[in-house]
Design a protein around this ligand. Structure first.
Ligand SMILES: *[C@@H]1O[C@H](CO)[C@@H](O)[C@H](O)[C@H]1NC(C)=O
Ligand SMILES: *[C@@H]1O[C@H](CO)[C@@H](O)[C@H](O)[C@H]1NC(C)=O
Ligand SMILES: *[C@@H]1O[C@H](CO)[C@@H](O)[C@H](O)[C@H]1NC(C)=O
Length: 224
């Protein structure tokens, strides 16, 4: 009985430990407006590959991935894959962590820099399940470190605390588009210019853009 109590309180303490923005060693990939620009519906390519997760204290998460993918037909020309999602997270009593995205908001960009017009920009909707996670102070750089273990037992590259409170886009639905909206779908697959530049956006302005986005999204829904 006592043991169960200990396990439960440990799991609850861990849920609070997630609070913040975490990033892998390159520190170049961070959630927030520098990775995904919802107003222009565009993913912004970082200089270096990496992974970032953010968790607020209200059950919302955001994730950003940027990985190189090998190109078997031309090894000297690797492609890239960017994925962005946000939604709700749950920590269960057994220590597992489940991230459930807002399905219409997730984005993926597959890029092949050696070919023109090769960017494939699509929606992305994948629930992530982690068997467990730990938050410790890293013994080398003394920064808080998050280790996630996937459901299949593999571990995600360690991530380090970058911001607290977390750097996140608005946690509500950003692109409320009905799946049958053909025009918006075309925009989604064609409007995929990569910008290799970090965009610094004033948070106050950002908030208004978020409000504007939400209302524009609503208008688009009713006009379609
Ligand atoms: C998103 O993924 C979930 C879980 O795989 C699935 O149930 C849901 O239908 C998907 N939604 C969309 C809009 O693709
Ligand atoms: C942990 O509990 C949740 C909810 O009961 C369950 O869905 C999940 O499969 C469990 N995970 C493991 C690794 O046992
Ligand atoms: C990428 O590198 C360039 C040149 O070093 C720098 O000016 C730019 O800010 C970097 N971009 C990001 C997203 O870090």
């Amino acid at each position: 009985m006592f043991l169960i109590y200990l396990l439960v309180t440990a799991a609850l303490a861990n849920a609070n430990d997630l609070f913040g923005t975490w990033t892998t060693k390159s520190r170049d990939v961070l959630t927030g407006p520098g990775f995904y620009d919802p107003l222009n519906d565009k993913l912004l390519e970082p200089n270096l590959t990496g992974i970032s997760y953010s968790f607020d204290d209200d059950g919302n998460y955001e994730s950003a991935y940027y990985r190189a993918i090998s190109n078997p037909t031309d090894p000297s020309c690797p492609g890239g894959i960017m994925q962005w999602q946000h939604g709700a997270y749950t920590v269960f009593g057994n220590g597992s962590l489940v991230l459930t995205p807002i399905a219409v908001d997730g984005r993926q960009l597959l890029s092949d820099p050696c070919r023109k017009h090769s960017g494939q920009y699509t929606r992305y909707n994948t629930t992530e399940e982690f068997k467990g996670f730990t938050v410790d102070v890293d013994k080398f750089n003394r920064i808080k470190r998050l280790d996630l273990t996937r459901a299949d037992g593999s571990v995600v590259n360690p991530m380090f605390l970058a911001y607290q409170p977390p750097k996140m886009l608005p946690t509500t639905t950003l692109n409320p588009m009905p799946t049958g909206n053909k025009r918006k779908r075309e925009l989604l697959t064609s409007g995929s210019q990569l910008t290799a530049r970090e965009q610094l956006i004033n948070p106050d302005r950002w908030w208004w853009l978020g409000v504007l986005m939400t209302s524009l999204g609503g208008v688009a829904f009713f006009c379609s």
